[in-house]
Ligand binder design. Sequence first.
Ligand SMILES: NC(=O)c1ccc[n+]([C@@H]2O[C@H](COP(=O)([O-])OP(=O)(O)OC[C@H]3O[C@@H](n4cnc5c(N)ncnc54)[C@H](O)[C@@H]3O)[C@@H](O)[C@H]2O)c1
Ligand SMILES: CC(C)[C@@H](O)CC[C@@H](C)[C@H]1CC[C@H]2[C@@H]3[C@H](O)C=C4C[C@@H](O)CC[C@]4(C)[C@H]3CC[C@]12C
Length: 363
Amino acid sequence: MGQVAAGNPGGCGFLGEHVVRMLLQREPRLCELRIFDLHLGPWLDELKTGPVRVTAIQGDVTQAHEVAAAVAGTHVVIHTAGLVDVFGKASPETIHEVNVQGTQNVIEACVQTGTQFLVYTSSMEVVGPNVKGHPFYRGNEDTPYEAVHRHPYPCSKALAERLVLEANGRKVRGGLPLVTCALRPTGIYGEGHQIMRDFYHQGLRLGGRLFRAIPASVEHGRVYVGNVAWMHVLVARELEQRAALMGGQVYFCYDKSPYKSYEDFNMEFLRPCGLRLVGTRPLLPYWLLVFLAALNALLQWLLRPLLLYAPLLNPYTLAVANTTFTVSTNKAQRHFGYEPLFSWEDSRTRTIRWVQGVESSSQ
Ligand SMILES: NC(=O)c1ccc[n+]([C@@H]2O[C@H](COP(=O)([O-])OP(=O)(O)OC[C@H]3O[C@@H](n4cnc5c(N)ncnc54)[C@H](O)[C@@H]3O)[C@@H](O)[C@H]2O)c1
Ligand SMILES: CC(C)[C@@H](O)CC[C@@H](C)[C@H]1CC[C@H]2[C@@H]3[C@H](O)C=C4C[C@@H](O)CC[C@]4(C)[C@H]3CC[C@]12C
């Protein structure tokens, strides 16, 4: 592959920013990088002084013509744009419009303008946890699992992923085949993770304490954002040479992050920042948590005409947090030589430093 022009819808988000920086640091053939996002970050300005031509494009993936204009002339598109909402902030229609129609627009833009390689950021939630609360324990890309969803977010990710995989092999302008691939991160953590920031601020408000709500035995797979970004860069690099093997494939994003409950895993970073998790077992019975989650959902609905009430605890987040979902796979290593770039110790240290910075920036 010669000189590479890459497009990155969603490049200003939590994951997107790490993908942008990883591309600039570790893709020597990159000659141009276009960052397409609804909200452009101020940090982009610092990137325009380097050898790679960096173009920031403010645009909306739901607008097909804007996407086509941004994609035209690129060699590969890394599509990380999306509405990551499991807290009821956006309507189901908006989630579908951005995540599904937006992804369709990216696909059509590649076909119409002749971009041959498309990498899509999917999610573990395409698989589960399902509405029945079935655990997914150390599963891989081939593990049978009844993927049944009702929430708008996982439904939209599953639909979008299917569109991407079905588009593999379509002829793009110029007659060559489109080569697509979907990456499924589990819960991403690291510098810039808003939910981690929310937990930290919640703990500060509660006098340095967080209260266990989920049994420690319920394990949740997590993956460091730098390793997810690295996997995206590797796929973008290898997709051309390994099109027959990788085209139309899905890959879980994984690294050496330990399997722990969601709350215990977060404490790996919040404990060194002065917080402690109260309780070796959930302090409230599960039925009471279910009641409180339902109450939050009712309050959100009642208050919506006046204000947005979107707490962390709702029926969906409680169900997800309370269902084991861990992956154990090496498909990415077998197919394109992926090895985590950051060790668990390095990922942990970087995340702790970031949380500590959150403290100083919020004072
Ligand atoms: N955060 C996680 O734990 C996680 C895990 C698995 C998969 N993912 C997936 O990774 C991707 C990125 O997630 P994230 O955590 O970085 O989210 P994020 O909200 O931080 O980033 C999403 C980006 O998309 C942009 N965007 C949203 N709507 C847009 C639109 N209409 N047009 C153009 N840009 C738009 C946002 O401005 C933002 O910069 C998403 O597709 C998400 O489903 C995230
Ligand atoms: C209030 C307690 C019950 C607390 O433990 C709730 C935690 C809850 C907010 C998170 C638990 C699991 C998280 C999800 C998981 O990490 C994977 C996801 C897939 C990704 O595509 C988007 C984010 C998310 C849905 C993530 C969201 C927060 C949790 C539900």
